[in-house]
Design a protein around this ligand. Structure first.
Ligand code: ATP
Ligand code: RIB
Length: 321
């Protein structure tokens, strides 16, 4: 029996403007598209893992507005168990997003209901949390809730994967309770309170500093350069990204985290799970929107077979699905 992935995190409606480029401060430009997509880092990770065929439960909040109903239905349609998604008084979380032609974006999140996800709500969800095989969280919910979850994970000996996004500084006390931390370059610099050199050497040094902070395992997300795995004294390993035509990178990091989590839960090695994660994320950036761009297991399998052929060894885990 597979232990579920449980995601504790945000649920947003993304209001997305497509433009030729991201405007500068004080500048007005003409955009060419406007769309709404289901998003939120927590919900994106939950939906991505469910679309990969893994059992997932979500703990989070939506507001009692029209968006809330729509967002809850979206989770359920994707196969995410939403028993512990509460409807609270007020507005659902929203994200105002501008995307440019090269797939780049900028995002402003207004947390709304996500800001009311309290430790008490996690206490009520203890039954589902303590049966998790892996806990996933991010930083679009109150920090005290993330800290409570980290304590819970430690007490129950359940691995916790923290996506430290949006970027902010975190205490060593919290970092020491994290099994996997998955920052991108900006988030890494915020965590370490310093800039690091571009290129592999800088990434290796940054990963080492994060390990020194007490995190057990580090997975640095390096955008179109892929990722870097750092585990204790083991040799660090960089996994290249797959080359694709990126149209919208919103949610790439979430696709990556979900892919990595599913790989691990299916018993794959860390390196193979990272390759799988890069494939899931690469497919996601070739489509618009966060949740609509998350691929199914069959899509990832076809993509990896096409790109890696007989080297697609991560599929060895398929028999365990
Ligand atoms: P997000 O845009 O969701 O905030 P992020 O900044 O957290 O993403 P990135 O490092 O940008 O994380 O991307 C996560 C992963 O997605 C990368 O490790 C890589 O595997 C994949 N990825 C991102 N951009 C591209 C790209 N242009 N081409 C191929 N793969 C990509
Ligand atoms: O990681 C992408 C997500 O960040 C978007 O879906 C948006 O909702 C913001 O939370």
């Amino acid at each position: 029996m597979q232990k579920p992935i449980v995601v504790v995190g945000s649920i947003n409606l993304d209001l997305v403007v497509g433009a030729d480029r991201i405007p500068q401060v004080g500048e007005t430009i003409i955009g060419h598209t406007f769309n709404t997509f289901h998003g939120g880092k927590g919900a994106n990770q939950a939906v991505a893992a469910a679309k990969l065929g893994y059992p997932v439960s979500m703990v989070g909040n939506v507001g009692n507005d029209a968006f809330g109903t729509q967002l809850r239905n979206g989770l359920e349609d994707a196969g995410v168990d939403s028993t512990y998604v509460n409807t609270v008084e007020g507005a659902s979380g929203v994200a105002l997003i501008t995307t440019g032609r090269g797939g780049e974006n900028n995002i402003v999140v207004v947390p709304g209901a996500n800001g009311h996800l309290t430790p008490e709500q996690l206490e009520k969800a203890a039954t589902i949390l303590e049966h998790a095989g892996l806990l996933l969280t991010q930083l679009e919910i109150p920090l005290e809730t993330v800290e409570y979850l980290a304590q819970f994970a430690e007490r129950h000996n359940i691995p916790l994967m923290l996506d430290p996004a949006p970027a902010r500084e975190l205490s060593g006390k919290l970092l020491r309770k994290v099994s996997w931390i998955t920052p991108n370059e900006t988030e890494t610099e915020k965590l370490l309170r310093t800039n690091f050199e571009n290129g592999d050497q800088g990434a290796y040094a940054a990963a080492e500093c994060l390990l020194d902070c007490g995190v057990k395992n580090v997975l640095l997300k390096l955008g179109s350069r892929g990722c870097l795995i750092a585990q204790g004294t083991l040799a660090k390993e960089r996994v290249p990204a797959f080359s694709v035509n990126a149209v919208d990178t919103t949610g790439a990091g979430d696709a990556f985290n979900a892919g990595f989590a599913v790989g691990l839960m299916r018993g794959s090695t860390v390196a193979r799970s990272a390759i799988f994660a890069c494939a899931v994320a690469a497919i996601s950036v070739t489509h618009h929107g966060a949740q609509p761009s998350m691929p199914t297991w069959a899509e990832v399998k076809a993509f990896v077979n096409n790109r890696l052929g007989s080297e697609a060894s991560f599929l060895a885990v398929e028999s365990k699905v």
